[in-house]
Design a protein around this ligand. Structure first.
Ligand SMILES: *[C@@H]1O[C@H](CO)[C@@H](O)[C@H](O)[C@H]1NC(C)=O
Ligand SMILES: *[C@@H]1O[C@H](CO)[C@@H](O)[C@H](O)[C@H]1NC(C)=O
Ligand SMILES: *[C@@H]1O[C@H](CO)[C@@H](O)[C@H](O)[C@H]1NC(C)=O
Length: 375
C-alpha cells in the first residue's frame, strides 16, 4: 500500500507538470488504402484508448497523448499518423488478418462517404470507460461514451444511407466491433485519486465492469452483434509505471487492479451473451499474452522486454512519450515497448496473431477471432 500511495502521488504531480509544459503540434494525416477483396468480414468498428487510436487525437486539443511525430510511425508506410507505435497498432494488425484495409480515423474530416464502408476507428489516447478518465489528469480525450455516440449519431446514419438498408441488424451484419479501453481507468483515474478517499478496488472495478457492460449493450442496441474485447494490459510492467515506482520489477498493485478487471470481464461477457440474443463476444487476454513475452522474451523472439525503444521525453525524471525527433533503437522488432507505455508493432503482431489463431481459451476466450469472423 505504501508503494501504491507513492506511485499515485508521484504520477499525479508528474502529470500536472506534463500538462503545463506540453505544447500542441500540427496535425498530420493518415492515409486510407483502397478496399480489398476477400476479407472475412465486411468491416470493423474500433473503440478505445491509445492502444488503438489511429489519429483521432491529432484533431483535438489534448495535452496528454499525441503521437503524430517521429519516431512514432518510423516503420509505418505513411510515417507518423498519431499511432502510438513504431508501426501498426493492434487494431491495424487485426484488421489486416481479417483482410481489411487500414480504417479511417473518425475525427479526420475526410472520413466520409464510401471511406466508412469497411469501418471507422473512434479510439482516442488517454480515454477510458469512465467519462472523467484522462480529464482528471488534465487531458481531453474522447471518452468511450462519446466514441459510442459518434458511432450512433454520425457514422451509423451515414452507413445506413450508403447501404440503403433500413434495419440496423441488417446494416451491421458482418461488421465486427473491437474495443480496447480499460488501462487508463486505472493509470489516469483510479491511481490518481487519493488513496484515502477513493473507493476500494473491488467497488471501483464493479463500477467499471457494469459501465462497460452498459456501453457494449448500447452498441448491441444499435445493431452490433460480434464483439472482440481486448483485455487490460499489464500496466505495472510498462517502463513508465516501473520508473514512477522506482522499481525494476513489475508493479504488483497496478497489475493486480487490471487483473481483477480482466477476471470480471469474463463473467461480464458470459452474462451479456445470455442476455443479448444473437450476440457473440470474445475476450483477448492481452494481459497473459504480454506477460508471457515479458517472462521469457527470448523464446518469443524478443531481446528487450524492459525498456522503451525510443528515447523518452522525461519530465520529472519520468518518461512516457517518445521525445520528438529523439533517438530510436535499431532492432525495433526485438523490443516489446516502443515508448514508456505502448507496444512495438512486433508485440502488436503477437497479440493479433494469438487473437486470430490461438486455440487456447486462456489466450482468447471462449474461441478465436478467426472462428468469430466465420460465424
Ligand atoms: C459508477 O460511479 C459513478 C461515480 O463515480 C456513478 O456516477 C455511476 O453511476 C456508477 N455506475 C455504476 C454502473 O455503478
Ligand atoms: C534494453 O534496452 C535498454 C535501452 O535501450 C538497455 O539499456 C538495456 O540494457 C536493454 N536490456 C537488455 C536486456 O538488452
Ligand atoms: C486450432 O485448431 C484448428 C482446428 O482444429 C487447427 O486447424 C489450427 O491449426 C489450430 N491452431 C493452432 C494455432 O494450433
Amino acid at each position: 500500500m505504501a508503494r501504491n500511495h507513492s506511485y499515485s502521488q508521484t504520477l499525479l504531480s508528474w502529470l500536472i507538470c506534463l500538462n503545463l509544459s506540453l505544447s500542441l503540434s500540427a496535425a498530420s494525416h493518415g492515409h486510407i488504402s483502397k478496399g480489398k477483396r476477400g476479407s472475412l468480414v465486411k468491416g470493423m468498428f474500433v473503440f478505445g484508448s491509445s492502444v488503438v487510436d489511429n489519429g483521432n487525437n491529432n484533431y483535438r486539443i489534448v495535452r496528454l497523448g499525441r503521437a503524430n511525430y517521429l519516431p512514432y510511425g518510423i516503420d509505418f508506410p505513411f510515417g507518423p499518423t498519431g499511432r502510438f507505435s513504431n508501426g501498426k497498432n493492434v487494431a491495424d494488425v487485426i484488421g489486416g488478418l481479417l483482410g481489411l484495409p487500414l480504417l479511417p480515423a473518425f475525427a479526420d474530416p475526410r472520413t466520409r462517404g464510401r471511406k466508412i464502408i469497411h469501418g471507422v476507428n473512434f479510439g482516442s489516447g488517454g480515454s477510458g470507460i469512465l467519462d472523467d478518465t484522462g480529464s482528471i489528469a488534465g487531458g481531453a480525450p474522447i471518452s468511450m461514451n462519446q466514441q459510442i455516440k459518434n458511432f450512433e449519431y454520425a457514422t451509423l446514419p451515414e452507413l445506413k444511407a450508403l447501404l440503403g438498408q433500413p434495419k440496423p441488424t441488417q446494416v451491421l451484419d458482418g461488421y465486427l466491433f473491437l474495443t480496447a479501453i480499460v488501462n487508463n481507468d486505472f493509470g489516469l483515474n483510479y491511481f490518481l485519486q487519493q488513496s484515502s478517499s477513493r473507493p476500494s478496488l473491488p467497488v471501483f472495478v464493479a463500477n467499471l465492469t457494469s459501465t462497460y457492460a452498459a456501453q457494449l449493450q448500447k452498441l448491441y442496441d444499435a445493431g452490433a452483434r460480434k464483439f472482440v474485447l481486448l483485455a487490460g494490459y499489464p500496466l505495472g510492467c510498462s517502463p513508465m509505471t516501473k520508473q514512477i515506482s522506482n522499481s525494476v520489477q513489475c508493479v504488483q498493485a497496478a497489475n493486480a487492479a487490471v487483473q481483477l478487471f480482466n477476471d470480471q470481464s469474463i463473467t461480464m461477457v458470459d452474462g451479456l451473451k445470455q442476455k443479448l440474443p444473437g450476440s457473440e463476444f470474445i475476450v483477448v487476454n492481452t494481459y497473459k499474452i504480454i506477460m508471457d513475452i515479458i517472462e521469457d522474451p527470448i523464446s518469443k523472439g524478443f531481446t528487450n522486454a524492459t525498456d522503451a525503444c525510443c528515447e523518452l521525453r522525461e519530465i520529472m525524471r519520468v518518461g512516457v512519450s517518445c521525445k520528438k525527433g529523439g533517438e530510436v533503437c535499431a532492432e525495433r522488432n526485438k523490443y516489446v515497448y516502443f515508448d514508456g507505455q505502448h507496444l512495438t508493432e512486433a508485440a502488436n503482431d503477437v497479440i493479433a496473431s494469438k487473437a486470430f489463431f490461438s486455440n487456447s481459451s486462456t489466450e482468447v476466450y471462449p474461441f478465436n477471432l478467426q472462428r468469430l469472423a466465420l460465424l
